[in-house]
Every structure is written in C-alpha cells, then in structure tokens.
Design a protein around this ligand. Structure first.
Ligand SMILES: [Zn+2]
Length: 231
C-alpha cells in the first residue's frame, strides 16, 4: 500500500508527531496508533514492523487507513508513560466519565479533558477522517482488549498469538481512547497489549514474530472491510 505523510501534529515540546494516510477517500478509516504511552517500546516496535510491511506489500487491496506510529513523541524520547506535562494521554480524552481525580501519578488525567496537544491533534484527525476501527498498540501483559464492536477481531488475532481477549482490563479507565472512540464516533477500539520485554520475552523481534502472521493475515480478511463500511 502507498502512504503519504500528512501534516504532522506538534507535541508539547514542539516535536513533530508524524502521521501517514493512504490516498483513499472513505467515510471511515482504519487507524493504527502506537506510543500513546512513551515507554511502551514493545507496542511501538510491533507497529513499526507492521507499517514497514504494509508499505512494501503491494498485493493488498488499498484500504482507507491512517497510521500514527508514535503519538506521545515527547514521552517516547524521555522513556516515560506520560507526556511532558506528566499527563497520561490515555486518561485525558473527553469521555463522559472523565474526572480529574486519580490514585496514581502515572494515571494523571490532566487539569481538564483534552488539555494535551497530542490528544487535540488526534481528535482533529478523527474529526476529519472518521475512525471505523482503531488498533492502538501498547505494552502490559499480552491481552487483546476490545471496546465496542470488535470482539471478532480480537478473537481472530488471538488464534495466532494466543493472547487473552477481554472486553475490559479489570479496572476503570476514564478518559481512555477505548471509551472515547466508541462514545463519540461509534468506532470500536482494539487495545493491543504486547507482552513486556523485561518480564516476558527475549527480544523485541520475538514479540513481532509472534504477531507477524496474525497481523499480516488480518489485512487479507473481509472482516477488516466490514469495520470501515458505512453503517
Ligand atoms: Zn499503554
């Protein structure tokens, strides 16, 4: 597939947030997002490998698609979960249940919903190119967490990587992308939690390899087209 670079976003520390799009007009787009949490290099790596393959694979039917390789570019540079304001971008989106209270610093939702430039940029993209399915790559324990109507996507990928699938991760996540995109755009979100390198795996390459077949195969399914179809 052929991608062109759109105008980058700008982080708090004025670093560009690159974004790529296929040259197809559609009413809904598939989004692949990495690095919402800057220290989750495993998820960033898997998306990097997947994106490299997508760019070279010309036998695929062109899909309306947007790729944000690293959203929290400042956090990625600093190797922190949070952005340069010490805000957790995955708790800062304007969901109905957004609240300024939090129990741990790493879940700091910010002074108000959508206060952070990285999220403002993401929401602007969503408003311009509506999401039909979002896959957001993270790192935690291997789990495919589906919000909205994408359980079958989680189960399809799980056949390959054997990760657990779950509709929630066991604790509330107000202000998260999983809640926000379902509420505002009726777009399902698959939060793709990769295993942690230091506790679970030998190398980043190993984490990519256990996902390679499933992710590549997914792009040849009808299921992916179903998600971005006008409903
Ligand atoms: Zn994360």
């Amino acid at each position: 597939m052929i991608f062109s670079e759109l105008e980058s976003g700008l982080s708090l520390e004025s670093n560009p947030i690159p974004v790529f799009k296929t040259d197809i007009k559609a009413s809904k787009y598939l989004y692949l997002i990495g690095g919402v949490h800057g220290d989750e290099v495993e998820g960033v790596y898997v998306l990097k490998e997947l994106f490299a393959w997508l760019k070279l694979e010309h036998s695929l039917k062109d899909l309306p698609m947007i790729v944000v390789p690293i959203l929290n570019v400042d956090g990625y540079r600093a190797q922190t979960r949070v952005n340069a304001h010490q805000v957790d971008l995955n708790r800062n989106l304007p969901t109905k249940d957004w609240s300024p209270t939090h129990t741990q610093a790493k879940y700091n939702p910010g002074p108000k919903a959508l206060s952070e430039p990285e999220n403002q940029f993401l929401v602007k993209l969503f408003d311009k190119f509506k999401p039909g399915l979002i896959i957001s790559f993270h790192t935690w324990k291997p789990i495919l967490n589906y919000n909205g109507d994408c359980q079958e996507v989680a189960e399809y990928l799980s056949q390959f990587n054997k990760y657990e699938t779950a509709p929630d991760i066991g604790y509330p996540t107000p202000g998260s992308l999983g809640s926000f995109a379902v509420e505002k755009y009726n777009s399902p979100v698959l939060t793709f939690e990769c295993p942690e390198l230091k506790t679970h795996r030998e190398s980043l390459k190993e984490i990519w390899q256990e996902n390679e077949e499933g992710l590549k195969s997914f792009f040849r399914t009808e299921m992916i087209w179903e998600k971005i179809k006008e409903r």
